[in-house]
Design a protein around this ligand. Structure first.
Ligand SMILES: [Zn+2]
Ligand SMILES: [Zn+2]
Length: 243
């Protein structure tokens, strides 16, 4: 099945050349373009289940977002510590700082009990989101070795309610050098990449509203959001995409 991916990103402080590139792109952008929200411009770019809520509040329902976490070097980060960190970042950091619960719980994230590859294929196929920790995802995300984090949307499903394609599965790739760090830098990248999971785009120099998609921690040369968690505008952008 065809896949599409967002542009990758990494810690900008280590990449002065990237700052120059982003700055040049911003300067060349046509004047007057206003980005009131950060929707991803193409189809196949957000999770299907974010349109819908499940009534089951005690576990992952059919319309919830389940995720598994896999470490590709367990001597660096174990499966369970990766899982705990991602789960904490997405669900346990408090109101206004987590994606979990967005849109009256149309986003309802649940961590799978075990790492992704531990499940048989039939079970693994029921998990909507996979998070992969590793040293290098350049084969998937592009760029130099160990450089970029990225998101890949996969398996488009037609959504007749909304007249567009949704992603059945989404893969988040985190590099140990930035998005795979178990600190607030890692949290910022996880929240940024899950912004892609839920349909937000990179801003590439458009700084109209504060956004985790251009937090100073993850790059893109905007100074109006310095936090590791999504902004109020980000939550509203995702709710807007829910329809
Ligand atoms: Zn959709
Ligand atoms: Zn991005």
């Amino acid at each position: 099945m065809a896949t599409s991916q967002s542009s990758g990103e990494r810690l900008p402080v280590w990449v002065p050349l990237l700052w120059v590139t982003v700055f040049a792109a911003a300067v060349l952008m046509p004047a007057g373009a206003v980005y009131a929200s950060h929707p991803n411009p193409s189809s196949l770019k957000h999770q299907h289940n974010m349109h819908y809520a499940s009534t089951n509040a005690d576990g992952p329902g059919a319309n919830d977002e389940q995720f598994c976490v896999e470490s590709h070097d367990t001597s660096k980060i174990s499966h369970s510590s990766g899982r705990s960190f991602v789960n904490q970042t997405l669900t346990q950091m408090g109101s206004g700082k987590v994606w979990d619960g967005s849109g009256n719980w149309r986003i309802d994230l649940w961590a799978a009990n075990s790492n992704c590859s531990s499940y048989p294929a039939s079970t693994r196929a029921t998990i909507e989101i996979e998070v992969h920790y590793g040293w290098d995802w350049s084969g998937t995300c592009g760029g130099p070795t160990g450089y970029y984090n990225c998101v890949v949307h996969d398996n488009p499903v037609w959504n007749a309610d909304h007249g567009h394609y949704d992603s059945k599965w989404t893969y988040v790739y985190l590099v140990f050098s930035s998005g795979g760090r178990l600190d607030n830098v890692g949290r910022a990248f996880i929240n940024h990449e899950f912004g892609h999971v839920f349909g937000l785009a990179d801003d590439n120099g458009n700084c109209n509203l504060p956004s985790i998609m251009h937090s100073t921690i993850v790059g893109y040369s905007c100074g109006n959001w310095t936090n590791w968690y999504p902004s109020a505008a980000d939550y509203q952008s995702v709710v807007n995409l829910m329809g």
